[in-house]
Design a protein around this ligand. Structure first.
Ligand code: PLP
Length: 406
């Protein structure tokens, strides 16, 4: 039978375990900086005003039904999603060498890409991920039988990018390996390469014939500017690289539970690129059919409503700026408070890092101690979600950090 030898007990997902522990904690000053979900200044989830509007439009549409979406998803959604990540003027779109599939948010997009590559990738079936990376990357690729290796990314000394280490590892990886890259707002470190560094990375990837796999979960959330946040992907496409991209609308639309996302395959420029793209699309459709048949409607309908309307799009950009600027404000405030307290160490990395997360530099014993003593919930690698901080709890938080660091 299914004994413990056959089905061993698996550990609880650390992130969702932390959330559960936070909910059960009754301390009045508890602070949740664990999960990567936006919170407003009152530590409450924020339904984007533009999402409320789109929701209203959809609910009043007498023509909407609940039929199956096509296997590849809602076309008005995937086409605009592709424009968003690649740029509306992308040569790849003009040359019809992009195929897009609607997925179960970003996770589903990474999975579909991994599954496709497990089946069809003609190079070295090994994926290189940053050290550290979003923990789920390891599981998703291992689960489809693609071994995972790491390239250096975070420098403990500078609390910034270990660019030399990263370049060396990409150069030493076997020819034509899969390289997973965070398009922007790297999770968990909050450290992105500069555009010049991206250019150097692209050179190595091209030289080694590697295959870039972009994971884009935070477009518009890092800088507040959608075009700045997809600069790396656009640059790689401009260089004629063949690549894939997983795209999530969980964070930038605040549609965490609706599971709206897309997977994009960009074929390299060649006379037969459109045919190659069509073949890829046909296989993606078979993989999608065997896993979920048809993607869910509602989240994609909301995103599509916004992306296809110039006025709503502008409102969305405004909503994105509201979220990203509050986070940037919290970074400034936290750094200022720690410096004011004279907390040992340097804290400039808090404002240098971008996006939802900050890698504080707190080590595992400190992360556990701050949870026990101050009821502050961060992951044990010292990552905090900046969105969990607000003007009401930042003093308390800074003092708690100060105490465990001393
Ligand atoms: N990729 C990265 C790097 C992430 O941080 C996340 C979410 O935390 C995702 C993908 C996927 O998120 P979702 O499946 O909710 O879109």
């Amino acid at each position: 039978s299914f004994s413990a030898e056959v089905v061993p007990q698996a550990p609880e997902d650390p992130m969702f375990g932390l959330s559960r522990a936070f909910k059960a904690d009754e301390h009045p000053s508890k602070v949740d900086v664990s999960i990567g979900a936006y919170r407003d200044n009152n530590a409450k989830p924020w339904v984007l005003p533009v999402v409320k509007k789109a929701d209203e439009i959809l609910r009043n549409d007498p023509n909407l039904d609940h039929e199956y979406a096509p296997i590849a998803g809602i076309a008005s959604f995937t086409s605009k999603a592709a424009e968003l990540i690649l740029g509306a003027d992308s040569p790849a779109l003009k040359e019809k060498r992009v195929t897009s599939v609607q997925t179960i948010s970003g996770t589903g997009a990474v999975h579909l890409g991994a599954l496709f590559l497990a089946r069809f990738f003609p190079g070295t079936k090994k994926v290189y991920v940053s050290n550290p990376t979003w923990a789920n990357h390891n599981q998703i690729f291992s689960n489809v039988g693609i071994p995972v290796a790491q390239y250096p990314y975070f420098s403990k000394q500078t609390k910034g990018l270990d660019f030399d280490g990263m370049k060396a590892a990409l150069s030493e990886a076997p020819e034509r390996s899969i390289i997973l890259l965070h398009a922007c707002a790297h999770n968990p470190t909050g450290i992105d390469p500069t555009l010049d560094q991206w250019k150097e990375i692209a050179v190595i990837i091209k030289e080694k014939n590697h295959f870039p796999f972009f994971d884009s979960a935070y477009q518009g959330f890092a800088s507040g500017d959608l075009l700045k946040d997809n600069a790396a992907v656009r640059y790689f496409v401009e260089q004629g690289l063949e690549l894939v991209a997983a795209q999530s609308f969980a964070k930038n639309f605040g549609l965490y539970g609706e599971r709206a996302g897309a997977f994009h395959f960009v074929t390299s420029p060649a006379p037969d690129a459109p045919e190659t793209t069509t073949r890829v699309a046909s296989q993606l459709a078979i993989l999608q059919r065997s896993e979920i048949s048809n993607p869910p409607l509602y989240g994609a309908r909301i995103v599509s409503t916004v992306l296809n309307d110039a006025q709503l799009f502008a409102e969305w950009e405004e909503n994105l700026r509201t979220m990203s600027s509050r986070i940037i404000e919290m970074r400034k405030l936290l750094r200022a408070k720690l410096e004011e307290l004279g907390t040992p160490g340097t804290w400039n990395h808090i404002t240098n890092q971008i996006g939802m997360f900050s890698f504080t530099g707190l080590n595992e014993p400190q992360a556990l101690k701050i949870r026990e003593e101050a009821h502050v919930y961060m992951t044990k690698n010292g990552r905090i979600s900046m969105a969990g901080l607000n003007t009401n709890n930042i003093d308390y938080f800074a003092k708690a950090v100060d105490k465990v660091v001393r």
